[in-house]
Design a protein around this ligand. Structure first.
Ligand SMILES: Nc1ncnc2c1ncn2[C@@H]1O[C@H](COP(=O)(O)OP(=O)(O)O)[C@@H](O)[C@H]1O
Ligand SMILES: [Mg+2]
Length: 279
């Protein structure tokens, strides 16, 4: 199981868009995929057509009291894919304040995962992080095996990455687990824009082969699919955004050396229990 935090303390760099659409592409390839919405803005939850404000429990409940609210009790199944969502909620913002003074504040998500994964198995877990480096993002990093860092091709992106890097080093120092950089993803790339070409080249120079070959081009269909509450591959498969995220999924699977397999042949019975809870 690969657990990937999609992280960058800057807002608007396509963290949420990447989490949703990469997740859908992986699930469509038959991989059991769990999406975790750690952002109090709950954009990913809304973007998948789930009304967080009507939910009696969501991810904040899991982080505050995992015995009372196990992860499986909040999961939603997305479309007909082996794709599951742990919905976010505005109250995640309070969780940050409540948890901050506690010594285990950064370990709540990891702990909830450990309990859940005793029973349920996934190929991929993707965590959508808020645009900050606070307690919630720390929870994501501590719970992850890998980081995926989306960035716009803009100069100030570099300063943010340095801060992020310092936090990761600080958080993982002295711990028994480590977290690897899965890759840096250039998003919102504009074809034929000289500045974007220059900056993308600089990002490659700086991060070397950690930068995905695949870039996500600017494509308004991605925003439209978000409004429709659907991943782009289920909204407009021909859009460049759909093709870019398909290519990213392929590149990532190659990078981690995971086999492709057919969704139809998978034993999903293990997930009956979640489906009974869902909706
Ligand atoms: N490749 C893209 N082309 C055009 N718009 C995009 C693209 N990726 C994301 N967006 C839009 O940009 C906005 C910010 O993206 P989002 O994924 O919410 O960023 P973050 O989660 O990092 O704050 C959203 O409205 C989203 O629909
Ligand atoms: Mg977001």
């Amino acid at each position: 199981m690969k657990i990937v935090a999609v992280v960058n303390q800057k807002g608007g760099v396509a963290k949420t868009t990447t989490t949703v659409n990469l997740g859908a592409c992986l699930a469509e390839r038959g991989m059991r995929t769990l999406l975790v919405d750690l952002d109090p803005q709950a954009n990913m939850t809304t973007g998948l057509g789930v009304e967080w404000y009507n939910l009696p429990v969501a991810l904040h409940s899991v982080l505050l009291d995992n015995e009372e609210t196990p992860l499986k009790s909040i999961l939603k199944r997305i479309e007909d894919l082996p794709l599951y969502l742990a919905p976010g909620h505005l109250d995640l913002a309070h969780v940050e304040t409540i948890l901050a003074p506690r010594p285990d504040s950064a370990y709540r998500l990891r702990n909830a995962f450990e309990n859940h994964f005793e029973e349920f198995d996934y190929d991929w877990v993707l965590i959508d992080c808020p645009p900050s480096l606070g307690t919630l993002t720390q929870n994501a990093i501590v719970a992850s095996s890998h980081l995926l860092i989306p960035t716009e091709p803009k100069y100030y992106a570099f300063a943010g990455m340095d801060t992020l890097n310092k936090m990761i080093v600080g958080l993982t120092k002295g711990l028994r687990f480590k977290v690897d950089l899965l890759g840096v993803l250039v998003t919102m790339y504009e074809r034929g824009t000289k500045l974007h070409q220059t900056i993308a080249a600089e990002i490659r120079e700086r991060f070397g082969d950690k930068v995905f070959e695949t870039m996500i081009y600017k494509n308004v269909r991605l925003s439209e699919s978000e409004v429709e509450g659907k991943p782009i591959i289920l909204f407009d498969r021909k859009a460049s955004g759909a093709q870019n995220y398909e290519a990213l999924a392929e590149e990532i699977l190659e990078r981690v050396g995971m086999p492709h397999y057919n969704a139809n042949e998978l034993p999903f019975h293990q997930f009956k229990e979640i489906e009974n809870h869902a909706n």
